[in-house]
Write a protein that binds this ligand. Structure first.
Ligand SMILES: [Zn+2]
Length: 231
C-alpha cells in the first residue's frame, strides 16, 4: 500500500479510502454509519458465537534433533522442542534452481520442477520432490511425495511414509519399507508397509505388498503379490 496513514487498526472504511486514494483522488463519500450490532437473541447468547468458533488446527511436530513428537496449535517460524529445548526452525522452503545447502525444518521442503539439489542434507517433516536430486540427501520424518518430475537416487532418501503423486511412475529396487503408502500414480515395488497402503483412483501398484492394511479406491489398480494380514 502506498498510503502513509499509520493505523493500528484497518477497518473496512479505511481500506476503501486507501484504495480510492491509490486510484487517484476520487472524492470521498461520506462514511456510512457503522453497521448496527445485531442484538443477541434473548437467552441464547452461546448460539450467537458459534459462527466465530474455529477449532485450532493441530500441527504435529517432530524434533529433528531428538525425534520427540509434540503438537502445537499456533504456527510460528520458530518453536522449541519441549524435551531437548532445541530451537526448531519451522518454515516451508521452496527450492527452485540449483541448491547445495543443508536445510533443517519442522515444516515442508518442496523441490520444484526446476529445482536441482546438488549437495546438502535436507531434513523436514514432509518433502515434496518434483525436481532432481543429484547429490546430498533427503530425510522426511513423515511424508516423502514423489511427483512426476522427480529424479533421484533412492539410496539417498529416507522417509517414514511415501506418496506417489498423480503422473509419477516410480520403480523401487529391492525391498522398500514404509509406514504408510499412498499411490495416485504408478508404483512398482516390493513394499513392506507398517500401516495403510492406499491405492487412489487412477493409481496402480505392481510388485509385492506385505502389510496390515490395504485399500484400493474405485478406479485404482492392483497387480501385486499380496500378504495383507489385517489389523
Ligand atoms: Zn528435541
Amino acid at each position: 500500500m502506498a498510503g502513509s496513514r499509520k493505523t493500528s487498526v484497518v477497518d473496512g472504511y479505511t481500506v476503501v479510502r486507501m484504495v480510492r486514494h491509490a486510484k487517484g483522488g476520487e472524492p470521498e463519500p461520506a462514511p456510512s454509519p457503522p453497521p448496527r450490532k445485531e442484538p443477541l437473541p434473548a437467552g441464547d447468547g452461546k448460539k450467537a458465537h458459534i459462527g466465530h468458533t474455529v477449532l485450532p488446527t493441530r500441527h504435529t511436530i517432530r524434533c529433528y534433533e531428538c525425534a520427540y513428537e509434540f503438537t502445537l496449535t499456533a504456527r510460528s517460524p520458530k518453536t522449541y522442542c519441549p524435551k531437548c529445548r532445541t530451537i526448531l526452525e519451522w518454515k516451508d522452503v521452496l527450492i527452485q534452481g540449483e541448491w547445495s545447502e543443508s536445510v533443517k525444518t519442522a515444516g515442508t521442503i518442496r523441490v520444484g520442477p526446476q529445482g536441482v539439489v546438488r549437495a546438502g542434507t535436507l531434513i523436514a517433516t514432509d518433502i515434496l520432490l518434483d525436481g532432481r536430486v543429484e547429490g546430498g540427501s533427503l530425510d522426511a520424518f513423515r511424508w516423502l511425495e514423489l511427483g512426476a518430475g522427480a529424479a533421484y537416487d533412492p539410496a539417498c532418501m529416507k522417509a517414514s511414509s511415501l506418496r506417489v503423486a498423480a503422473g509419477a511412475e516410480i520403480k523401487l529396487k529391492g525391498r522398500a519399507t514404509f509406514q504408510d503408502v499412498e499411490i495416485f500414480g504408478r508404483l512398482d515395488a516390493r513394499l513392506q508397509a507398517g500401516g495403510l497402503v492406499a491405492v487412489r483412483a487412477g493409481g496402480l501398484l505392481t510388485g509385492e505388498l506385505e502389510g496390515p492394511r490395504l485399500s484400493v479406491e474405485e478406479g485404482g489398480g492392483l497387480r501385486a503379490r499380496l500378504k495383507v494380514i489385517g489389523a
